[in-house]
Ligand binder design. Structure first.
Ligand SMILES: [Zn+2]
Length: 253
């Protein structure tokens, strides 16, 4: 475990990055680090990320109760605590509203296609957690289906969340989410991204061990050829019988 003052310094650095890259507006967004099994350091409510100082950070227990600090913890503290409960091995959570990734979330589109190698290796995919009111227990609950097998995800009509072994890693994943959303948006404007083949994706997944990617991280969604619908099957069978009948008649006639 690194000294507390270094962890606090990194957390403030990440707040500055989030502000500088316009991943939030005003006081939005929140970042936390699990300091011990029983305590979490989190950004305060009501202060712009660009203005957060080391002394503004709030220490809460795993029930969200104030342990140390002079302000109020983030309104999304419950979401952060829920993620730490589900993923005891991670140490940091970063949440923001990066505009392009949040645009995908508002359009109800997950970043799940197999398009970009570094995303397939490092994140697998960025799924979409269904909408719930920000700052409520319901929002924390919507994360349950996605949080175990993914290190970054979109919150429908809201924003993006990334987790990591430290706060810089969680932030870098948030940056990857926004960067890949920008690329995928351009690809869509140019007629649609061309996904990698299942074999190409398999090679990338096999390379994960070399990059130290954890086991159990979900893959991306490779395109499978569309299965024939029941209607198409009926049409094919009828056509076959009609042709056979015509051939019989031609031979007979
Ligand atoms: Zn938010």
């Amino acid at each position: 475990m690194r000294p507390l003052h270094e962890i606090k310094r990194d957390l403030v650095r990440v707040c500055r990055h989030i502000d500088a890259r316009q991943f939030v507006a005003g006081r939005d967004g929140n970042v936390s680090v699990r300091i011990s099994d029983s305590t979490v350091l989190i950004t305060p409510a009501g202060i712009r990320k660009g203005d957060v100082e080391v002394d503004d950070l709030i220490l809460v227990d795993r029930g969200g109760r104030l342990v140390d600090g002079r302000g109020q913890p983030s309104s999304e503290t419950g979401m952060h605590l829920r993620i730490y409960d589900a993923r005891p091995e991670i140490r940091a959570v970063a949440h923001a509203h990066p505009p392009v990734a949040t645009g995908f979330a508002a359009a109800g589109i997950a970043l799940s296609e197999c398009v970009l190698p570094e995303v397939i290796v490092g994140l697998g995919q960025v799924p979409l957690a269904r909408y719930a009111t920000p700052g409520t227990a319901a929002l924390a609950e919507t994360l349950d289906p996605v949080v175990r097998n993914h290190d970054a995800f979109l919150l429908q009509n809201h924003g993006a969340v990334a987790v990591g072994s430290d706060v810089l890693e969680a932030y870098q994943r948030l940056e990857t989410v926004e960067h890949s959303a920008r690329i995928l948006l351009v690809a869509r404007l140019l007629g649609g991204a061309d996904p990698l083949t299942p074999a190409q994706v398999e090679d990338l997944i096999a390379a994960r061990a070399r990059y130290g990617v954890r086991e159990g991280l979900a893959g991306c969604e490779t395109a499978t050829p569309p299965a024939a619908t029941a209607d198409e099957e009926i049409v094919a069978r009828v056509t076959e019988r009609v042709l056979a009948e015509l051939r019989t008649q031609a031979r007979g006639g």
